[in-house]
Unconditional design. Structure first.
Lengths: 414, 376
């Protein structure tokens, strides 16, 4: 059917009026949302959705926010798993996994990066061997968020070493509840341990949990990563609710978030906390220092222009105009902004910038900024890889000659 | 522009301006004009008015203009900056037209705007004097009894202007904001001498006034002044012109790098080169966003304009100069030669960077006005 904004608003509003109850059980409510197609309305009707265009997503979010209704589970990488299964999984896999992704009953993680393959993701050396009806997995993954809570992982592993590297990869759903899987926390330079290392020692994946065919791994991983980039800002729950709402369902939701959002508490600091700059410039007096003013203004100009650039990209997309370069630049801009913000926070804070903990500036937030910003130009694709992508795909510049195009077994590795 | 995207009509306007300038604003012709005393091609300049119809883009139809908005004007300027089209367009159709639109009485608009919008006359604004070379608002010269004596410099296209709009204070109110006054270049007492600019595609003059009778533009007795607004409008126009030039430089870098072979491969396959280009693209797109947003703010009468105008100029300054310096570097030795075209844009970048305020000045200024950001 054709969707209009008014139609969506009317229908959703009457659904929420009749069904939303802030004292409902979280799981019951989410199942109700899923059955009604209001959990993920952009999904196909067969899979809990309403085939609604993505452009109306904000209308839906708006109606939820209006009454303070809780949404389906969206935190972490669960929606990347769901979108990947929608795109490449089979019906049995969708039947088995999608609903519990949305109810929040099952937690997912992404098993892509390895100690030996970071930027070069296709250089994965985690081994998948078919023995009888099971794939047997050996190797190591790293930078896995929430692995210690995970029920399932999206796994990229190599089944064929005799073909060029992108062709020898396959994609699997790995069950964490088995003896061959070991999870160890990975402590970062900022003191948090938001990620894990995951070791596989003859871990098993039944054939029915392979996504796609042998050799489809790279293509499917690209789908996952495309959704990761698209949702980069939505890792956090959408808290567009206006006002204070009371009810037991919020307590259940808060409990869930406490666990799932814990790895992300330092993410705002990683982006440089531009919001703190002007208030601190005023309290520290840096606003009257001519050298500091230059650096502060550089930062604010960069941040404003980046915000407008993102709005240009979105507006062009909404008007159906071909995507211009402005859509690919956000990540690189974010790195520059974060680094400049760290510089500004340092110069405004002076010698106190070496202190950390509760007694230090902004109760340790400044220290956390300074120690977290180095991650932003690495995570999710380094700045250098971004520049390669931008120069090749947007500017049409030539690729570097490669030395890794032969059979993967012959390619030099770490 | 509907907030952040250009409309189809605006995209068409850009297309037709680009097509016109591709034909009439070739680098070859520009190089010839660099040695010409007037410095621009009369027929091509007139064509902007007669053929292309962009003479008075943002001037209301009742005053002989096209009745479009400031966003459309900025599209024309961006394309002119891109092709480095030498003409008194910025002086006449932008600066002088803006002064009249902002300050003039209805009668003066009806009198002055039609010849500007039709290209029949060239006008410019005489703004700079010794006291305001760095702080543009610090105009100290005064008009006394409708008579002016003093020297104005960096008057763009003063050498071909028929009408010179003077910026000076009213002697009755020396602490007030500067006002606008009308004079004609053939008025007795006016002498115009050319200044030598590194950028010969935009001419500048020193205009000396000796007891010149000037006519007030609008109500010069009022406390209220449109001077700040005039400067903001000018900054936005210039910033849009500048991002066009920066974009041309980036395209020339990519083109050169894709064709230049060293060590057996095109240098565009080397990360040292391609990363530079990617960084340039980012800076230029950010600057474009600033310039476009500020143009829209003028169209919307947005109270945050003073902040946006400074953001636009500072971002355009930095992006254009970075593009100019990197373009020479990427071209290597050939990029430092006179025969290579890069230096023409480098010189325009430099002259534009210092016209109407360097980045340092605008960064400082945007912080002074930053409270307005809460509004925008």
């Amino acid at each position: 059917m054709e969707w209009s904004e008014t139609a969506v608003r009317n229908e959703l509003r009457s659904f929420l009026e009749s069904s939303w109850d802030p004292n409902a059980d979280l799981l019951d409510w989410r199942n109700k949302l899923i059955d009604a197609g209001w959990g993920m309305p952009s999904w196909p009707e067969r899979w809990y959705g309403r085939n609604m265009p993505l452009s109306l997503q904000s209308v839906v979010a708006d109606e939820f926010a209006r009454v303070g209704a809780v949404s389906v589970a969206r935190t972490g990488i669960r929606l990347l798993a769901a979108e990947t299964l929608l795109a490449h999984g089979n019906d049995a896999q969708r039947e088995r996994y999608l609903r519990k992704i949305l109810t929040g009953e099952e937690i997912w993680c992404q098993l892509f990066s390895e100690p030996g393959s970071g930027s070069d993701l296709a250089g994965s050396t985690t081994r998948a061997e078919l023995v009888g009806d099971n794939w047997v997995i050996n190797g190591q993954k790293v930078w896995t968020t929430s692995a210690h809570h995970a029920d399932f992982g999206l796994l990229l592993a190599r089944h064929d070493w005799d073909v060029p590297k992108h062709q020898g990869l396959s994609y699997f759903i790995l069950d964490f509840h088995q003896p061959g899987v070991d999870v160890h926390p990975l402590k970062q330079m900022n003191g948090h341990a938001s990620f894990n290392q995951v070791f596989f020692n003859d871990a098993k994946v039944p054939r029915s949990d392979q996504v796609g065919e042998d050799g489809d791994g790279w293509q499917i991983a690209m789908t996952t990563l495309m959704h990761e980039r698209r949702n980069a800002g939505n890792i956090f729950v959408e808290t567009r609710r206006r006002g204070v709402f009371n009810g037991t369902i919020y307590e259940q939701e808060a409990e869930e978030n406490k666990i799932l959002l814990e790895p992300y508490t330092w993410y705002p600091q990683r982006a440089g906390r531009v919001d703190l700059v002007l208030p601190r410039a005023r309290t520290t007096g840096a606003i009257s220092d001519s050298a500091a003013r230059q650096e502060i203004a550089k930062l604010l100009i960069m941040a404003r222009c980046a915000e407008w650039t993102a709005l240009r990209a979105r507006a062009a997309q909404q008007q159906g105009q071909p995507q211009g370069p402005e859509g690919s630049l956000g990540k690189l801009a974010g790195s520059n902004i974060a680094r400049q913000a760290a510089k500004v926070h340092t110069l405004m804070t002076g010698i106190d910038a070496m202190t950390s903990g509760e007694d230090s500036p902004e109760s340790g937030i400044i220290a956390e900024i300074l120690l977290s910003v180095p991650a932003i130009s690495i995570a999710g694709g380094t700045d250098e890889i971004q520049r390669n992508i931008i120069s090749e795909r947007v500017l049409g510049m030539q690729k570097e000659p490669r030395t890794d195009t032969g059979p993967f077994k012959d390619v030099r590795k770490n | 522009m509907t907030a952040y995207a250009f409309t189809d009509e605006q995209l068409q306007l850009r297309e037709s301006v680009r097509r016109y300038l591709n034909d009439h604003g070739t680098v070859l012709r520009t190089r010839e004009l660099m040695d010409d005393p007037e410095g621009f091609d009369q027929p091509s300049f007139q064509g902007l008015f007669n053929e292309l119809g962009v003479g008075g883009v943002h001037v209301p139809e009742e005053f002989g203009g096209a009745g479009l908005g400031y966003v459309e004007l900025c599209i024309v300027l961006e394309e002119m900056g891109r092709s480095l089209f030498p003409s008194p367009y910025l002086s006449s159709s932008v600066l002088a037209a803006n002064a009249v639109l902002l300050a003039g009485t209805l009668e003066q608009k009806a009198d002055l705007l039609p010849p500007i919008a039709s290209g029949g006359q060239v006008a410019t604004v005489a703004l700079y004097e010794e006291s305001n070379l760095t702080d543009i608002g610090n105009v100290t010269q005064c008009v006394v009894d409708n008579s002016f004596t003093g020297v104005k410099s960096f008057v763009t296209d003063g050498h071909v202007a028929d009408q010179i709009i003077l910026v000076a204070k009213h002697a009755a109110n020396p602490n007030g904001k500067p006002k606008f006054w009308l004079s004609r270049s053939d008025d007795p007492g006016i002498t115009c001498t050319s200044m030598t600019s590194i950028d010969t595609t935009r001419r500048i003059s020193r205009v000396s006034f000796e007891n010149v009778k000037v006519e007030p533009l609008g109500d010069v007795e009022a406390d209220f002044s449109v001077f700040d607004q005039f400067i903001d409008f000018a900054l936005v126009a210039l910033a849009n012109e500048m991002v066009g030039g920066a974009q041309w430089l980036l395209e020339s870098c990519v083109d050169y790098a894709n064709n230049r072979v060293q060590f057996g491969r095109p240098i565009s396959s080397m990360q040292a080169i391609k990363h530079k280009c990617a960084d340039l693209l980012l800076e230029i797109e950010l600057a474009k966003s600033g310039a476009y947003r500020a143009a829209q703010a003028i169209a919307d009468d947005d109270p945050a304009l003073p902040v946006y105008a400074s953001i636009a100029k500072a971002a355009a300054n930095d992006a254009y100069m970075l593009a100019a310096a990197d373009a020479i570097q990427i071209h290597g030795g050939i990029g430092f030669t006179w025969d290579n075209d890069t230096h023409l844009w480098f010189k325009r970048a430099k002259s534009s960077q210092v016209l109407l305020g360097t980045s340092e000045i605008h960064r400082d200024q945007m912080l002074e006005r930053v409270d307005l950001l809460e509004v925008g």
